[in-house]
Design a protein around this ligand. Structure first.
Ligand SMILES: O=C(O)CCC(=O)C(=O)O
Ligand SMILES: [Fe+2]
Length: 225
């Protein structure tokens, strides 16, 4: 399931993060890529130990953790520290699948990557190219979202970032290890949760809504670890 999550960051947060990123010292994105991805990657990344990194990553993580859609879709167990990348004109990131296990250097932990997230930090009209293209069995999906919005997609998907041909594309990207490993299970739980929420807002806690809420939790109990 690919999910567009609108307005993860506020206008003020975007402006603050972009201000900090403007004066940051970037490093070659290939430094964190495996041999296959390194061959197709030409972006820049904020080093995990950059002076700005902890504060900015903390803002992104806090914003995701307070967003009900993210919590419902990801059912996060571990949110790896969000990183930041920059694609100047000419930069791109060719087809790859994210590594299954990612090390969070700052926290000294390794997590399984179930869900990949890109949070856009620049308005789409301010750069050309730079679409995130995610391929699944339904085809190729081109994603270019307003600043502050995020896209979630299964980390099992082949994806790329098209070359930027004007301007600069800035984003935060991160991985989540979910408490529900199976993508199909996560999708069914998300759909059930959204449906129950809608029914509750329309009908209140009727016996049917109480029953469906219980079913949600009993399925989560089956599948969570
Ligand atoms: O910049 C993006 O939207 C995605 C970056 C990416 O695919 C990666 O770092 O693995
Ligand atoms: Fe990736």
């Amino acid at each position: 399931m690919m999910l567009h999550i609108p307005e993860v960051l506020t206008r003020d947060e975007i402006a603050y993060i972009r201000g900090k990123l403007e004066t940051a010292r970037w490093q070659d994105g290939r430094s964190s890529a495996g041999p296959q991805a390194a061959g197709v990657k030409s972006n820049a990344q904020l080093p995990h130990d950059a002076p700005e990194a902890a504060e900015l990553s903390g803002m992104v993580e806090a914003a995701l953790r307070r967003h009900p859609l993210f919590l419902s879709a990801a059912i996060p167990h571990i949110i790896l520290t969000p990183r930041f990348n920059a694609y100047e004109t000419g930069a791109q990131f060719g087809n790859h699948i994210d590594g299954a296990l990612q090390t969070d250097v700052g926290r000294g932990i390794v997590a399984r990557t179930d869900i990949s997230t890109t949070l856009f930090l620049v308005e789409p009209e301010d750069y050309d190219g730079g679409d995130l293209v995610v391929e699944d069995t339904y085809g190729a999906h081109e994603v270019k979202l307003p600043a502050g919005d995020a896209i979630l997609y299964p980390s099992t998907s082949l994806h790329r970032v098209e070359p930027v041909t004007r301007g600069v594309r800035l984003a935060s990207f991160l991985w989540t290890q979910s408490r529900v490993r199976d993508e199909a299970h996560r999708r069914m739980l998300f759909e059930l949760d959204m449906t129950v929420l809608k029914l509750r807002s329309e009908q209140g806690d009727t016996p049917e809504v109480v029953s469906l809420t219980g079913l949600y939790h009993n399925l989560l109990r089956q599948w969570a670890s």
